[in-house]
Design a protein around this ligand. Sequence first.
Ligand code: NDP
Ligand code: HSE
Length: 451
Amino acid sequence: MPAQTPAPVPSAAAPPALRVALLGCGVVGTQVARALLEHADDLAARAGAPLELVGIAVRDASRPRDGVGTVIPRELLTEDAASLVDGADLVVEVMGGIEPARTLIRRAIDAGASVVTANKALLAEQGPSLFEAADAAGVDLSFEAAVAGAIPIVRPVRESLAGDHVRRVLGIVNGTTNYVLDQMSTHGLDLEDAVKEAQALGYAEADPTADVEGFDAAAKAAILASLAFHTRVSLDQVAREGITSVTADDVAWAQRTGHAVKLLAIAEQTGEGVSVRVHPALVPLDHPLAAVRGAFNAVFVEADGAGPLMFYGQGAGGRPTASAVLGDLVSAARDRLVGGKGPHESAYASLPVLPADAAVTRYQVRLLVADRPGVLAQVAGVLADHGVSIDTVRQTAAEPPAGTGTDSAGTASLLLTTHAAREASLAATVAALDGLEPVREITSVLRVEGV
Ligand code: NDP
Ligand code: HSE
């Protein structure tokens, strides 16, 4: 009997390509398109099927743009985003804004496509209805790039820490403002010029007011808080202050007192609920967040079991953000190929979101006062009356305001640092100090974090 040769194993048919529609060809979209075209074979191997870029929606397909006509065939550009979405398996939304992004994402989901988006503004405003629609359709709605650019933070908080209890998230989540504050501090640039640089480098939002006024960081804080505390937090529930009130003088004083000024996003769970806020703060120079320079971001997460975790990396820019988008895209493709989907929204805890004035933190207050006996005691009395405890006081001769020729004789500069106090108590204290006869000016009030 002739030796048997094993029957050939029938090879599984190669899965058909997944059709990818890209909405947006700006700072981020261009890099996503380039990667899809230049690394098609690797991405196909990782996803399990080719990812075929079928079109790129833009507002104006005729305008010249980098990479189009060379790496990116011009025929891929279209001004008809809705038709592009129809028939796609995977839709990548990197156009930004609320509309038409929301309608297009909804259209994609309802047609059974999985969606990857970098649009934090949209998610912080309309996330719940989009997540519900994605669950109902059994498709993925992924958004790693929406928070802190290239840094993997959404997946760790949502999945890796799903079995732990997160207490606090503290971070620098806006690259533009970190770049601006850094330039003000190291090169003495004014805010306006530094913002222009951040725009030229591709860090800023289409309207940079979203960055400097803290809306972008607040949207990211809302997303992180929702994930960390299993509670829906929307943009309007985040206490928000941008960096426009931060002066060159604040930055110089911060350095003199051993601090850096940073725009922080803070989300914490207290016994009463969840507090989420974004504001500039003084961070001690020996704290790791003080060393986060340029457009880099860093996020600290404190969890009961894991303890402190730190995530650091490039928070803005085309290629870093495209890296996060492509990671989501490969995952969504894998899910589709096995007929599954990623995690659902988890909002079971539904904790109360606390008002801004319930936040508790330390403060540094600078004021000009009359330089005479008893004034310090009067100032200290006002703080005591409002239950705000002083940690340190430093008095120096007042400097005359630069270039004014104003005489500062008879005035002293006071620098008060408080112990932790409620925002409401501090606000009442500042109002009372403002009305105190020996107080000439309240020069600055800044929160102190990371102590
Ligand atoms: P850009 O402004 O550079 O690009 C937006 C793109 O979307 C452009 O190609 C624009 O077309 C297109 N677009 C805008 N509106 C429409 C519309 N109504 N119809 C069709 N196309 C439209 O933005 P970015 O690439 O910087 O940002 C995109 C998204 O990624 C935003 O949600 C942003 O918040 C987010 N993000 C950005 C990061 C960054 O560092 N830049 C980092 C993380 C997230 P056209 O070119 O014709 O004007
Ligand atoms: N404008 C945003 C920033 C882009 O500066 O961080 C990244 O989300």
